[in-house]
Design a binder for this molecule. Structure first.
Ligand code: SF4
Length: 240
């Protein structure tokens, strides 16, 4: 077992970052005192989690659980509602469940999920402190791109999640989620450069690469680190 400082150094090395220190520890857990991200309910469905909206949140979970609103209902194993803190300040949104997510009913498991855990840990957060979900709640067969009718059918669930969680910052993981959230087709590099807000709100949307893309293109990790620091800084700036 490595000391936490050594573990942190290793994670930053993995992220392609040499040196890092907190600018301000207010509002978030100290990176040197938190435990490595725990994978809650590994291998099981995420249990019902109430937030301040209580029954509405539970009702939303149940609706998604049994949803048949698009053709993905026929091919999925499980719906993937999302997991984490349903009152989180930081909301992470990806594209759609993959094979392992479909099997476990949880978002971002497997190698990409472990990398996401490391990314969160590197900015002093873990899965219990954020909420993680996808634009689509069911897996497209063979991991094909989501189709417009599926995205349209599922859109109200993501909207309801955002309205219920009321995040202070959204981190869009990958091109698809960013395009959907920002209602644009700009390339990722342009969205990363821009100061984005969720349309119709003042919620900042930081765009970064999908963890699966980072696994294929490790040279993107340094840019991803920059994006995470930007999200962290926005969280700190919006602390009450
Ligand atoms: S992808 Fe969304 S709309 Fe389609 S069946 Fe799953 S939960 Fe329902």
């Amino acid at each position: 077992m490595y000391p936490l400082t050594e573990l942190r150094r290793q994670i930053l090395d993995e992220m392609g970052v040499d040196v890092w220190s907190l600018r301000d520890k207010s509002g978030v857990t100290d990176v040197d005192t938190i435990q490595p991200a725990a994978r809650t309910q590994e291998g099981t469905r995420q249990p019902a989690v109430n937030n301040e909206s209580g029954a509405d949140w539970l009702s939303l979970q149940n609706t998604v659980f049994s949803c048949q609103a698009c053709k993905l209902a026929k091919s999925r194993t499980r719906t993937v509602f999302g997991s984490g803190n349903s009152n989180a300040d930081l909301l992470l949104i990806g594209e759609a469940p993959g094979a392992e997510e479909d099997r476990q009913g949880l978002p971002f498991v497997g190698k990409a999920g472990h990398l996401l855990d490391a990314m969160l840990y590197a900015i002093g957060l873990n899965r219990e402190q954020v909420f993680i979900c996808n634009v689509l709640k069911c897996r497209p067969p063979n991991n094909r791109d989501p189709q417009p009718d599926e995205v349209e059918a599922c859109a109200s669930y993501l909207t309801a999640q955002i309205e219920s969680i009321k995040p202070r910052v959204i981190l869009a993981l990958g091109r698809f989620a960013a395009h959907r959230l920002l209602e644009t087709d700009l390339p990722v590099y342009k969205m990363r450069e821009n100061s984005n807000c969720l349309p119709g709100t003042n919620i900042p949307v930081v765009v970064t690469y999908h963890p699966a893309s980072l696994l294929r293109n490790p040279e993107q990790k340094a840019e991803s680190w920059f994006d995470l620091c930007k999200a962290k800084s926005l969280l700190e700036q919006s602390s009450p």
